[in-house]
Design a protein around this ligand. Structure first.
Ligand SMILES: [Zn+2]
Ligand SMILES: [Zn+2]
Length: 209
């Protein structure tokens, strides 16, 4: 198989001193320049950065809003085959309660541990989706961040642990409407049992006498 080159179109001149890269968006907050780290195994650099979240992280009911502040606290360590990234990302989550559809927001922290290999030789590793590669001097953390967040996201976010959801008849939020909410007529047997309880507080009277 021959080398495929020349497909990318580069706009604008690359100034001298710019990190080498074939096709990365140099402006992404998730791209880190590895030139200062060097390639001597065992050396490391710590870096903390606030990055704007890329669009489309998340699925279904929860997501990290685009441009939300993500705090990255990372260590880059040179190892013989590449750069090992360890650390954490803290990102705000926005979504809807899976039961009552109220807006829900929270913050999640994910741990990151990713090995980025130096560029493969021609024909090597090109088809391997499992591996991550440096792009010249640049390390793009975004795909690793994306994967880690999506894996760690709650599948069914709830506004509160025991959210009672919506009234099946009128759609009212039962957390607000209260347990007495009903529409007359047939009563769910579970509520019927509750109604038979005498909720007036008799025990207090006895204890105080
Ligand atoms: Zn809810
Ligand atoms: Zn109702």
């Amino acid at each position: 198989m021959s080398n495929i080159k020349g497909k990318s179109v580069v706009n604008g001149a690359v100034g001298s001193g710019a990190p080498t890269s074939r096709n990365k968006d140099l402006n992404s907050d998730f791209v880190f320049d590895m030139r200062a780290l060097g390639r001597q195994p065992g050396t490391f650099r710590d870096e903390t950065r606030t990055a704007r979240a890329p669009a489309g992280v998340g699925s279904g009911l929860v997501l990290v809003l685009a441009d939300a502040d993500v705090t990255l606290d990372l260590r880059f360590e040179a190892v013989s085959e590449g750069v090992l990234v360890t650390g954490s990302a803290v990102a705000p989550l926005t979504g809807e309660c899976a039961r009552c559809l109220e807006p829900v927001s929270s913050t999640m922290e994910v741990s990151l541990q990713e090995l980025y290999l130096y560029q493969p030789g021609p024909g090597e590793g090109e088809d391997d989706d499992e591996e991550r590669f440096l792009d010249g001097d640049l390390l793009d953390l975004e795909p690793a961040f994306r994967d880690a967040v999506v894996l760690a996201m709650p599948l069914s976010p709830l506004c509160q642990e025991d959210c009672p959801g919506l009234c099946p008849e009128c759609g009212a939020r039962l957390a607000e409407a209260g347990p007495g909410h009903g529409h007359g007529g047939d009563v769910d047997p579970r509520w019927a049992a509750l109604r038979r309880l005498d909720v007036s507080d008799r025990s207090n009277d006895r204890q105080e006498s």
